[in-house]
Design a protein around this ligand. Structure first.
Ligand code: AHM
Ligand code: MG
Length: 338
């Protein structure tokens, strides 16, 4: 707001990155450029979302709007916004996106970062005006060639140097981690300044929570460990009350709530989807990095998510993430019912 202008303690995302003494100087400048690209992409996506309702009223034919322009799906607008901004930052060698079949290799660049992203996650929720988000992970290029290649994307989540998400809700909030040492910080977009301003410093997921979040419609297909754990969530006894159920069906929103209120978010494997639904590189790994760097845990049931080395760009993995207590309990159920 106007009253903030000129205040010394106004921490914009760029200031936060430039002053982060957990990072070497060169990394700070590279990250400042990278994150300014991601902020730009998020602002573009946020704006397009706001316009989407109006555009679709005008563009009833589904192909052209009142200006005679093609009405693009928001997923594609978001994908283009991210790709363009990232390439223009000059910092990026390889990109992997939910919307691209193959890794995208950037040519003629000295950029040494690898970015994985889901430009618009949860887009099936948009027509109902439910919050959606963008998710991204940042790795360093490992291959030796001048240009990067697909192998640069196939790194364990443990190798992430940064990750984050933007959530498009009543406000645009961006939550980022520049590594374990740096923790997790949340920034809210202030339209009057055009800046993301720190609003949630040093986010910590509660160690214990009383919310479980899962698409229970799939329960007929769950393995025993998952069914038994969810039964436990709903049970009472020995001082435990039944947990509350909350499931938006938009991963960023469900994980954001989990960070703030605690509890557990799950997208388990089931007999129809033996690896669950969510994709490792641009959904599970970046959000596991955020959750773990805020003091929580993320597991497949039997393995820490950050330890998985993906063998393909669109690999899916089951996931349980959130408060330490709940995730450790899940792992116990998987030991008991392998
Ligand atoms: P999307 O990438 O096609 O949007 O799908 C991912 C979304 C997640 O945001 C959410 O957690 C999940 O799908 C919900 O799936 P379901 O409808 O099967 O519960
Ligand atoms: Mg997605």
């Amino acid at each position: 707001s106007m009253s903030e202008i000129g205040r010394k303690n106004l921490v914009t995302m760029t200031r936060y990155i430039q002053k982060n003494d957990k990072l070497p100087e060169d990394k700070r400048s590279e990250f400042a450029l990278l994150f300014s690209a991601i902020q730009l992409a998020s602002k573009i996506v946020g704006n397009s979302m706001k316009r989407a309702g109006i555009e679709s009223q005008f563009g009833v034919t589904g192909t052209t709007n009142v200006h005679g322009e093609e009405v693009k799906k928001l997923d594609l607008i978001a994908n283009d916004a991210f790709k363009e901004a990232l390439v223009e930052s000059g910092q990026v060698a390889v990109m992997a996106s939910e919307e691209e079949e193959e890794a995208v290799i950037v040519e003629n660049t000295t950029g040494k970062y690898v970015i994985t992203f889901d430009p618009l996650d949860g887009s099936s929720n948009i027509d109902a005006n439910v919050s959606v988000g963008s998710i991204f992970g940042i790795y360093e290029k490992k291959s030796a060639g001048k240009n990067g290649d697909t192998s640069d994307c196939l790194q364990a989540g443990r190798q992430l140097v940064a990750s984050g998400y933007s959530i498009y809700g009543s406000a645009i909030i961006m939550v980022i981690s520049l590594g374990r040492e740096s923790g997790v910080q949340g920034f809210t977009f202030d339209p009057s300044l055009g800046e993301f301003v720190m609003s949630h410093p040093d986010m910590k997921v509660p160690e214990n929570g009383a919310i479980y979040s899962v698409n229970e419609g799939n329960s007929a297909y769950w393995p025993k460990a998952t069914s038994q754990y969810v039964e436990y969530c709903k049970s009472s006894g020995e001082g435990k009350k039944p947990y509350s159920a909350r499931y938006i069906g938009s991963m960023v929103a469900d994980v954001h709530r989990t960070l703030l209120y605690g509890g557990i978010f799950m997208y388990p494997a089931d007999s129809k989807s033996p690896n669950g639904k969510l994709r490792y590189l641009y959904e599970v790994a970046p959000l596991s990095f955020i959750v773990e760097n805020s003091g929580g845990l993320a597991t497949t049931g039997t393995k820490r998510c950050l330890d998985i080395v993906p063998d393909k760009v669109h690999l899916r993995v089951p996931v349980f993430m959130g408060s330490k207590r709940q995730v450790l309990d899940v792992e116990e159920y998987f030991k008991k019912f392998p």
